[in-house]
Design a binder for this molecule. Structure first.
Ligand code: GCW
Length: 667
């Protein structure tokens, strides 16, 4: 039914291969809560996977936690001694088999334990492994509210039951923490970035503390989103001006209070001067003034400030694409040492396909965190399969040319280009109170992929899909291949039937569900669809070259070069950068209009193919999961018809050309 996620430690067919190691666990470390977790998880996992409790095994093998100061802080090495037999004074006897998990810290051991369990779960041969995370903070951002709702959450209510806390601590918090730890996630912000100041009250701090106490033994640091106007709202000060001494003193006292509750508190995350949230610009101050003021407050406790760059204001004549860049680029190098600026993967907003954000590569003197959205706000809620790993990788592998060729976004965020002290990858969580955590079972793969990629940005989407499927759905190799292929195809399919050729931001108003390309009026011009698609009788798309908004000039010239000429622009990004005539021929040989129609319909056909692929898994995966995903795929099919028809009929009022689907690539 999905509750156990990828941590299903059911007995594996080749259990006897692994069992001999499981007899005892010894440790060179003195005990810590994290080490106790590691031991507990290892015992529990091995018991399930091998079918025998360690205590019942013959004493011929062991797993050892070995201290090795040379290994990076959270990294580990696994060493496997394969010798089954050793020779003692001429006689051959069965020797002790051992696995050593080496690390310099208890966290490293914990991650090594999960890696070992993952290997056995997939029935991979045991082999020596050495691994350490490429970024320091691998973080989930929850957009959870005081009332238990989740902004952009599609899997039920918040996991955090604020009204019961701190007296009642739901065991589910522990299950959540272990799922995160198993994929290396070590930081969590628990409340919405559209932040209620209430989380900073003594009442809520005791509740938040109870969560931090659950997370700590799993190596997870807790963070809070803060409301920039808190000094006014909670402290009853006249202002929240970051340069006002009373305001600074208020934050310092508040930070002290937070750390009294949670001594290892991670720090603050801030959304300021964006979408109506308060911020330093109200007082004529910059984002850096605001961030540095908070940084000063948490600095004595080694806390950090995560300042979001997702800022834009209503500007009918402007281009939202450029706004964060315009605000932040001039501030490069002015942030305090314990500040990191968190930038979304793309310049607009978590679209199904977006070019990478131009701030990556443009702020060499400021540590930048990369923010992805795991929850599927624009990528199909919990009725569509959309394997985010493909999107994550596309961004991570994009070359910014910051220090010349090969300066990928992955290298910007792992600090290797600029020697950053703080490094971070963040994802907006897709978890909720649904029994299977993520609403759509297949969306568990996105949580999993996020964690794996935050640890190591060079893993491939194929490998991650294969790992996840084998741990979650089936170890039958043909069925596993089919399931992994469904994931691999899903992203491209979704883009085709919703926003092909680089179309963007044409979804339903407010709730962001389904198509609404005709949206002309909204509270703000930059929340309408026509602002983005710019359709007219001549053509479609947003001209962002020099003749248009010139947003392309924000990128390194080598990057801009790829997208400057419509004839050479990758068709997937075409309408992001160009206004293209309806009758213009594209590189596929078809006119824009025909290609547009063709892709919408192909997307729909591909959804139907995904349905057939899934149907072939009947009997190969858990029947409840089979039925649930089948139902959701049927909903996805219905939605894809709506997307296709709504968009084609609407845009036809401009193109005035007949709708023709051509020959679908897959049927
Ligand atoms: O994607 C948009 C969402 C808002 C969200 C905002 C943000 C938390 O529609 O709901 O607010 O992004 O990232 O701040």
């Amino acid at each position: 039914d999905g509750y156990r996620l990828w941590l299903k430690f059911d007995k594996v067919a080749s259990a006897s291969r692994y069992a001999p190691y499981a007899a005892s666990i010894s440790s060179e470390f003195s005990s810590t809560p994290i080490l106790e977790t590691a031991r507990k998880e290892l015992t529990h996992g091995l018991k399930g996977l091998t079918g025998v409790a360690p205590a019942n095994l013959p004493k011929n093998g062991s797993i050892q936690f070995v201290l090795d100061a040379k290994i990076p802080a959270e990294g580990f090495e696994i060493q496997v001694d394969q010798k089954a037999k050793i020779s003692v004074e001429g006689a051959s006897i069965v020797g002790r088999k051992y696995i050593r998990i080496k690390a310099s810290t208890d966290r490293g051991i914990l991650y090594g334990v999960f890696e070992l369990l993952r290997t056995i779960q997939q029935e991979k041969p045991l082999a020596d492994i050495s691994s350490s995370p490429k970024v320091k903070f691998r973080m989930l951002n929850h957009w959870d509210n005081v009332m238990g709702t989740i902004e952009r959450g599609y899997a039920g209510q918040s996991l955090w039951k604020w009204y019961e806390l701190p007296e009642t601590v739901d065991p589910r918090y522990t299950d959540y923490a272990r799922a995160n730890a198993s994929i290396g996630i070590n930081a969590v912000s628990v409340n919405n970035v559209n932040a209620s100041a209430r989380f900073m009250t003594p009442e809520y701090l005791t509740k938040v503390k109870a969560l931090a106490d659950v997370f700590r033994p799993y190596g997870i640091k807790l963070f809070l989103s803060v409301n920039f106007a808190s000094p006014k709202i909670l402290g009853r000060l006249k202002t929240s001006d970051p340069l006002d001494p009373e305001v600074r003193a208020w934050w310092q006292a508040k930070a002290k209070e937070v750390y009294r509750h949670i001594p290892d508190f991670g720090g603050f995350i801030v959304k300021a001067n964006s979408e109506g949230e308060p911020g330093p610009q109200e007082f004529g101050r910059t984002h850096a003034d605001g961030a540095n003021m908070l940084a000063e407050a948490v600095q004595p406790f080694n806390g950090i400030v995560i300042w979001r760059a997702f800022v834009y204001a209503p500007n009918p004549k402007g281009d939202r694409f450029k706004e964060a860049y315009t605000d932040f680029k001039p501030l490069d190098g002015t942030f305090a040492k314990n500040v990191i600026v968190q930038v979304k993967n793309g310049p607009i907003d978590f679209q199904p396909r977006e070019p990478f954000h131009p701030l990556f590569g443009a702020m060499p003197k400021t540590p930048l965190a990369l923010e992805f959205q795991i929850t599927q706000e624009y990528t199909g809620f919990s009725t569509n399969i959309f394997y985010q790993s493909i999107l994550f990788k596309e961004c991570l592998d994009s070359d910014t040319y910051q220090n010349g060729k090969g300066s990928t976004v992955a290298k910007v965020i792992d600090g290797s280009l600029g020697n950053d002290q703080i490094t971070m990858m963040a994802g907006v969580a897709n978890t909720g109170s649904d029994r299977n955590w993520t609403g759509h079972l297949m969306s568990q793969a996105n949580w999993y992929a996020f964690g794996r990629l935050a640890w190591n940005q060079t893993l491939s989407s194929e490998q991650i899909a294969d790992e996840w499927v084998k741990q979650t759905l089936t170890r039958d190799s043909t069925a596993a291949k089919t399931a992994a292929d469904i994931l691999m195809k899903s992203r491209d399919t979704y883009v085709k039937f919703t926003t092909p050729l680089g179309l963007h931001h044409v979804m339903g108003q407010g709730i962001h569900w389904g198509p609404e390309p005709w949206l002309e009026r909204s509270q703000r011009p930059d929340w309408t669809s026509i602002y983005y698609h710019r359709a007219d009788t001549l053509g479609l798309g947003f001209d962002r070259k020099a003749t248009g908004s010139n947003a392309l000039s924000l990128y390194h010239p080598e990057v801009a070069k790829q997208w400057n000429d419509p004839a050479k622009t990758d068709l997937n990004y075409l309408l992001w950068f160009h206004h293209v005539g309806w009758k213009e021929k594209l590189s596929t040989g078809q006119t824009l209009w025909d290609e547009f129609c063709f892709r919408y319909n192909t997307g729909l056909k591909e959804v139907e193919a995904l349905q057939r692929d899934w149907d072939s898994l009947q009997g190969k995966v858990d029947p409840e999961i089979f039925a649930d995903v089948k139902g959701r795929l049927a909903a996805q099919q219905r939605e894809s018809v709506l997307w296709r028809d709504a968009n084609l009929l609407y845009f036809q009022t401009y193109s005035k050309m007949p709708i023709s689907y051509g020959t679908p690539t897959r049927t």
